[in-house]
Ligand binder design. Structure first.
Ligand SMILES: Nc1nc2c(ncn2[C@@H]2O[C@H](COP(=O)(O)OP(=O)(O)OP(=O)(O)O)[C@@H](O)[C@H]2O)c(=O)[nH]1
Ligand SMILES: [Mg+2]
Length: 303
């Protein structure tokens, strides 16, 4: 079984089990097709992708009434793979010191948790990491990040509530430079793309970071709650128009998530998915792996 397969599988258990049970007879029939359609649609894949998969399996079925389930699953998987072509974000070799990652998004999407998990992952890989609490808006924000950073033994730069978020980012960059840090992660306050003063704050953070390094922030990732489907995709889309992004972290794919949001997010935004959140623990962040993801969706055992 491949590395992350079981994590993905755990994440989309509902969709995965449902599709696995669809393949309970040997051959595909009309009922199977209906159930695949229902399951994919309910799993937030969106109408277009759902139809494309069902039509492709249907076409193969009409040509071959003896079409086996495994063949049907393979057809579905190949369509997903096609649609996810280029969707894997790779952090790659660190070319900048510090490489600046800015996480943004609407309230409660999982920014702070993901920033902390990411700090842990990068630290575990041998990097020196600094985190900046640029959420100066919410009273408990600093404290939340402080608890995480203490737990993970990662240095944190923070200020007081109501402080200028861009000033925190500026100071954090200086501190990161001084420490020769490999990565600087900026956690920002949750905001709606419609709040222009808050969106301007992000632009300001970007401007002050650029005073230090004109190529920074090197990554501007939106953290999207993968369990709220089309709603979160629309939010991310407009966010990207106001504050252009370079990638996505999809969170909360454990629990109630149905998994399909990743495909819809990639199709709508065209931005690579770097990481996925599959729980609340520090280690519950994974690099996005298309093969494992599609296998898990189609209930195909990882190999
Ligand atoms: N199950 C699950 N919960 C998550 C995941 N990521 C974050 N959470 C939870 O979601 C809630 C919100 O997470 P935060 O990291 O505080 O979200 P945020 O985007 O920083 O929120 P604001 O700063 O208030 O906008 C917390 O209870 C987290 O534990 C995930 O991948 N899976
Ligand atoms: Mg937060």
């Amino acid at each position: 079984m491949s590395r992350w397969f079981s994590f993905f599988k755990k994440g989309f258990q509902r969709t995965s089990n449902k599709l696995a049970s669809v393949w309970s007879g040997k051959r595909i029939d009309q009922d199977t097709l209906d159930e695949i359609e229902e399951t994919l649609f309910a799993a937030d894949f969106g109408v277009e992708t759902t139809e494309a998969i069902v039509e492709a399996i249907d076409e193969a079925y009409r040509k071959n009434k003896d079409l086996q389930q495994k063949e049907g699953a393979d057809i579905g998987k190949s369509i997903l793979l096609e649609r996810l072509d280029g969707s894997e974000g790779k952090l790659g070799e660190n070319a900048n010191k510090p490489e600046v990652i800015c996480v943004v998004g609407v309230n409660g999407s999982g920014k702070t948790t993901s920033a902390a998990k990411l700090a842990k992952m990068l630290k575990d890989q041998g990097n020196s990491v600094l985190v900046a609490a640029c959420d100066t808006f919410r009273a408990a924000a600093n404290q939340q990040l402080q608890i995480w950073c203490e737990r993970l033994d990662v240095p944190l730069i923070a200020s007081h509530q109501g402080a200028d978020a861009a000033a925190v980012a500026y100071d954090a960059y200086e501190a990161a430079k001084k420490r020769d840090a490999d990565y600087l992660i900026l956690d920002t306050a949750g905001r709606l793309h419609t709040k222009s003063n808050l969106m301007e704050e992000l632009a300001k953070i970007e401007r002050v970071i650029k005073k230090h390094d004109s190529s920074a922030p090197h990554h501007k990732w939106i953290v999207v709650d993968g369990s709220i489907g089309t709603n979160s995709i629309q939010q991310a889309k407009v966010f990207n128009e106001v504050f252009p992004l370079t990638g996505v972290i999809v969170t909360k794919l454990d629990g109630t998530s149905k998994g399909g949001a990743i495909v819809a997010i990639y199709q709508e935004l065209g931005l690579p998915v770097y990481f996925v959140g599959l729980g609340e623990k520090p280690e519950d962040l994974r690099e996005f792996d298309v093969e494992d993801y599609t296998d898990a969706i189609f209930g195909i055992n990882g190999s």
